[in-house]
Ligand binder design. Structure first.
Ligand code: FE2
Length: 173
């Protein structure tokens, strides 16, 4: 897609968000299943439900703008989720796996916060106030999800993961 102006950049970012949220809806059930602790399963499950509403809001955004996603792919999300997939298949269920899942969740949440923060600002500049509000709602939920994961990591998971030694030794490469 050609990128000549802020409206084009806005469109590109919306497509990145659209692709990222769809990847998450596919990947997150696997993360929920893989999570070792009930607390993490619950946090991921809550965010899976929110992710579906993020897609719904993005649909509303495209409809209001009379636009459609044209297939731009979010490579950063693909890279992080592919690494998550490898960690799930290599690590035994344990606090170490939970730390890895939170590590992934935090990275994705920050990526999405970057997207929605910029997109809401672009929408306001371009005069789409209602669309900016919809994107702001997604942004707020990404922030809450990120904080919930970080709290879990800092309260218990990372400390417990520090005592885990995967057998046989796990190497990502
Ligand atoms: Fe999201």
């Amino acid at each position: 897609m050609q990128l000549d102006n802020l409206s084009d950049l806005f469109q590109r970012g919306l497509e990145y968000a659209w692709d990222c949220e769809h990847l998450l809806v596919k990947e997150m059930p696997r993360m929920v299943d893989a999570a070792w602790s009930d607390d993490l399963k619950h946090a991921l499950d809550v965010h899976l439900v929110e992710t579906k509403s993020h897609i719904y809001r993005l649909k509303q955004v495209f409809t209001r703008l009379e636009r459609a996603p044209a297939g731009e792919k979010s490579e950063p999300a693909r890279i992080v989720l592919a690494e998550c997939e490898r960690m799930i298949s290599h690590l035994d269920p344990s606090p170490l796996l939970d730390a890895a899942l939170i590590f992934t969740g935090n990275q994705i949440a920050h990526y999405e916060m970057g997207l929605y923060g910029s997109l809401a600002s672009f929408a306001r500049v371009l005069g789409f106030e209602t669309v900016a509000n919809l994107l702001g709602e997604n942004l707020a939920e990404e922030k809450t999800a990120d904080q919930a994961l970080s709290r879990l990591a800092e309260r218990s998971v990372n400390r417990a993961a520090g005592g885990v030694h995967q057998t046989p030794p796990f190497a990502l490469i």
